[in-house]
Design a protein around this ligand. Sequence first.
Ligand SMILES: Cc1cc2nc3c(=O)[nH]c(=O)nc-3n(C[C@H](O)[C@H](O)[C@H](O)COP(=O)(O)OP(=O)(O)OC[C@H]3O[C@@H](n4cnc5c(N)ncnc54)[C@H](O)[C@@H]3O)c2cc1C
Length: 431
Amino acid sequence: MPAAGVVRLTLLEPSIMITTQVCIIGAGPAGTTAALQLNKEGIDCVLVDKAVFPRDKVCGDGLSGKVLTCLKKIDPAVAGRLKQAGFKLNSWGVSFIAPNRRELEVGYRPDFNAQDERHKEVPIGYVCKRLDFDHFLVEEVKQCPHVQVYEGLAIDQYILEDDGYRVSDGKDFTVRAAVLIIANGAHSAFTKKVAGIHMEPRHYIAGLRAYYKNVEGTHAQNFIELHFLKDLLPGYFWIFPLPNGEANVGVGMLSEAVHRKKVNLKKELLHIVTHDPVFKERFKNARLEGPIEGYGLPLGSKKRKLSGERYLLTGDAAFLIDPFTGEGIGNAMNSGRLAAQQAARAIAANDYSAAGLALYDAEIERVFGAELRLSTRLQKLVRYPRLFNLLINISARNKKVQELLSCMFYEVDLRKKLTKPSFYIGLLLNK
Ligand SMILES: Cc1cc2nc3c(=O)[nH]c(=O)nc-3n(C[C@H](O)[C@H](O)[C@H](O)COP(=O)(O)OP(=O)(O)OC[C@H]3O[C@@H](n4cnc5c(N)ncnc54)[C@H](O)[C@@H]3O)c2cc1C
């Protein structure tokens, strides 16, 4: 018997038509989190993905503290099961390495102290392959009584009718729903065609990911490493340690710079690991496993309208990736949660108008606005290596700056901190 909420494709009738309250397109972190939240609200929904899970997703595989914080808010039991899962490596923070190779270590918890035994026991970040993490989330959703999960179906038709959206795979699968949560990632056709949001090279990163075995010199507390190498600006080279001696290694660069400088990112990645004086040593016994693959990162460096009549955009389909760190999973999950809450309000008020759903945009601004603007400024600064060197030098001595960076990975709502005068006083006085 399939678990509650699961419909196996093999059991489907030749043609299927479902009527539900909410249809979520895409079962990545944004879509699954939206489904978990809707289930908590007691709202029936359909979650549909073109892939069959477990499926890979090109990513750095770094999960910051935001992931656990978000899951805890929805269901501490799910967060608990993630904590116990064996497929991930515990990670305690991030190392930023400036073009002059000066390093700034920032713990995922603002008060991280490597000497404190209690902190060593409680990691709040992880590195784990998306193949495993996304599968974990989908399996959690399959236990939800209010959610029906459909896999292996690519939705490519969206028709707005008087009483809701009718979406279909263009063949024999159709869902009618009062409201849509769009969570189908960076290449979302809905985002382009209906919401009118297009890829802009100044607000988009081109990224490449490789898996290596036996990279040496990784951090004792499994900090993820972001190396802002001079030739890669604005962008970085990363090494994120994984379980079993593996590491996720990659490069990301602003698409506008990739085109302008005619950079071949794959050649760049291979050049770094074989010729850079630091990395050729660390990679001397390393082995590339599998292909090097690329995907886009739609950045939240520009404010956009993320809702309209009967729809809400989430995650990469909403261009919400942090422009400085490239972190998108935590933002995808938090936007999925906010979208589900907004859908619940719309159902309660029977108001699916663009004006009614615009409350979601206000929530996104409240939760992400300050942080995305700060990250956009940092990303601009990274274009000037000397300024960025200076920032890292100052930050290495200033506890308040470290705390701020830490909060970017831990809390979602930086707004509270950024509106406290005491924070700025501390920043100036270096306290
Ligand atoms: C190279 C690279 C490195 C990155 N590194 C990190 C990192 O280390 N940490 C981090 O936090 N973020 C990272 N990101 C960003 C992160 O991968 C994304 O922000 C995150 O996956 C967004 O989640 P999502 O649910 O919005 O979209 P996705 O994870 O892309 O999920 C979208 C889902 O929609 C499905 N779908 C697509 N089209 C359809 C359709 N027509 N019908 C039905 N289903 C459909 C897909 O199969 C997929 O399952 C990285 C991104 C890249 C490209």
